[in-house]
Design a protein around this ligand. Structure first.
Ligand code: GLC
Length: 535
């Protein structure tokens, strides 16, 4: 496949495996289902797929609780199915990125079963065990999903640590054997031809050696069940040593990449913290998600500010990535959609995402404008929703089945879908949108196609022209002699912008015909207009 920079130049697409496409009719998406949709993805023009966890798992946290790292969850298929997916994807020039969940395993992982069997078991120290302190928990740490982070094990009379559910015991990265076992597992998948990894909560790996209690404190998004500053259970400096080792391992192989999830308060972003996981730009992760957009409000100034902040923090040789949607946050259609303007806004976001300097991540269904689903309480699957409904509906609403067609169950399954299909599927679906020139899907396809065509969009520099004033963002992208100008009007009003001596020919626009020539200095732009010019 040849091009070392695939993860910089192309679009990466996140698939929530349970919800993408069901090949065997059991109501849940699976690996053969994804293979069957590779032509759709190739046609969309994406470069790689990040799959939500597919390893064997009892699914207490929808797969983020792995009970066997080197095998595939039977709900999703077999190892053979996965090998076929890799082969078929590669044949179409599409890379495969796996989710690596290495902060914790399932409590049903053989390592943990051994570890909890006796205090002197050789794997005891692969997890984090502590005795009671004056009859109480070892310290005050709270789990990310609420409650104490310690679970009492009656059999061996000690507590084990779990920063998420009690069914997700944290491993002990300070133990060299555990570390080796994790790295061996990574090699197993690299040898199978996996092209990259998304690292789950990679800032949680190492814990304070003295296990000190966290101080009381309110973060920017205080949750009533977690009023502490997580300074001892997260973000320990030793985590960076692990990531350096991990990077060295990836670098032994050709063209492999990594992208890290750096979780903080409600996943809503901490740009300096996220940027620190790039290391010096070449020795830790290739990409790190910046979640600042997930708590954003609509408007050019706030989007621009966040983009500027993160790019100023990334080290010289690092490369940005951009993400507006994922499986943990309400969909952008829900956050920013506004009545009849919803699709217009979605197009502005699409144009921004695909033309910014950095790697865009698209979450399945984002390209057709999928909304959050409405999940009745009795059908909630996500442990967060089960625990906190109605305060928090959990994360099922952004994980509903992909809407392929106006057929029954939106063409996702012939069985009973594991989560209800959104009620708008008769209108919002791939089949309809492929035949509608004005659809969001066609706009995404056109954007992705021009990104492939113009090196300036893949790897060019980015020079701001209007930085959010008047609800407008304008920037130039340039590479060698090629110069592009991107104009985005976030407002529902006509605006005049001064583009001085800039201008050029329209290559893609929500409102203008291609090839039309546009000149400065003053340009009148329409409500929610996105236009890309070639100078
Ligand atoms: C990450 C995942 C989330 C999961 C958690 C625990 O934040 O994105 O879905 O619940 O880690 O593994």
């Amino acid at each position: 496949m040849g091009d070392r920079l695939w993860w910089k130049h192309g679009i990466l697409y996140e698939i929530w495996v349970s919800s993408f496409s069901d090949a065997n009719g059991d109501g849940r998406g699976d690996i053969p289902g994804i293979t069957a949709k590779l032509d759709y993805l190739a046609d969309l023009g994406i470069e790689g797929i990040w799959l939500s966890p597919i390893n064997t798992s009892p699914m207490f946290d929808t797969g983020y609780d792995v009970s066997n790292y080197c095998d595939i969850n039977p709900l999703f298929g077999t190892l053979k199915d996965f090998e076929v997916l890799i082969e078929e994807a590669h044949r179409r020039g599409i890379r495969i990125i796996m989710d690596l969940v290495m902060n914790h395993t399932s409590h049903l992982h053989a390592w943990f079963i051994e570890s909890r069997s006796a205090r002197d078991n050789p794997k005891r120290d692969w997890y984090i065990w502590r005795g009671a302190k004056n009859g109480k928990v070892p310290n005050n740490w709270m789990a990310a999903f609420g409650g104490r982070a310690w679970e009492w094990d009656a059999h061996t009379q000690q507590y084990y640590l779990h920063l998420f559910l009690k069914e997700q015991p944290d491993v002990n990265w300070r133990n060299p054997e555990l570390r080796q076992a994790m790295f061996d597992m990574i090699r197993f998948w690299l040898d199978k031809g996996v092209d990259g990894f998304r690292l789950d909560v990679c800032n949680f790996f190492v814990k304070d050696a003295r296990m000190r209690s966290n101080p009381f404190g309110l973060g920017p998004y205080p949750r009533p069940y977690d009023l502490q500053k997580h300074i001892y259970d997260r973000n320990q400096p030793e985590t960076h040593d692990i990531l350096k080792e991990f990077r060295a391992l990836l670098d032994e192989y050709d063209e492999r990449m990594s992208v890290g999830e750096v979780a903080c308060d409600e996943y809503c972003g901490d740009p300096p913290l996220a940027a620190s996981f790039y290391g010096n730009g070449t020795d830790e992760l290739h990409l790190v998600f910046d979640f600042a957009h997930m708590n954003n409000t609509w408007g050019a100034p706030s989007f621009y500010e966040r983009i500027k902040t993160m790019s100023s923090l990334i080290p010289g040789e690092g490369w940005p990535c951009h993400v507006f949607n994922n499986h943990d946050q309400f969909r952008s259609m829900r956050r920013y959609g506004k009545g009849p303007d919803a699709i217009k806004r979605a197009k502005i976001l699409a144009a921004l995402l695909i033309t910014l300097r950095g790697t865009p991540f698209v979450y399945y269904g984002e390209e057709i404008g999928m909304q959050n689903g409405k999940i009745p309480r009795r059908l909630i699957q996500d442990p967060v929703g089960k625990k906190y409904w109605p305060l928090h509906p959990g994360r099922d609403p952004e994980r509903t089945p992909m809407q392929w067609s106006p057929e029954r169950n939106a063409g996702f399954t012939t069985g009973k879908p594991w989560l209800p299909v959104n009620s708008d599927y008769d209108r919002v679906n791939v089949e309809n949108e492929l035949t509608d020139r004005n659809s969001l899907l066609i706009f995404y396809k056109d954007l992705i196609a021009i990104r492939k065509q113009y090196p300036a969009l893949q790897q060019g520099d980015m020079i701001p022209v209007i930085e959010g004033q008047d609800d407008i963002i304008v920037y130039r992208r340039g590479y060698a002699q090629e110069k592009l100008l991107i104009i985005l009007n976030f407002s529902d009003k006509n605006r005049r912008v001064n583009i001085a001596e800039l201008g050029g020919q329209v290559i893609l626009s929500t409102h203008r015909f291609a090839n039309q020539t546009i000149k400065g200095p003053e340009l009148s732009i329409l409500p929610y207009e996105a236009t890309i010019l070639k100078g």
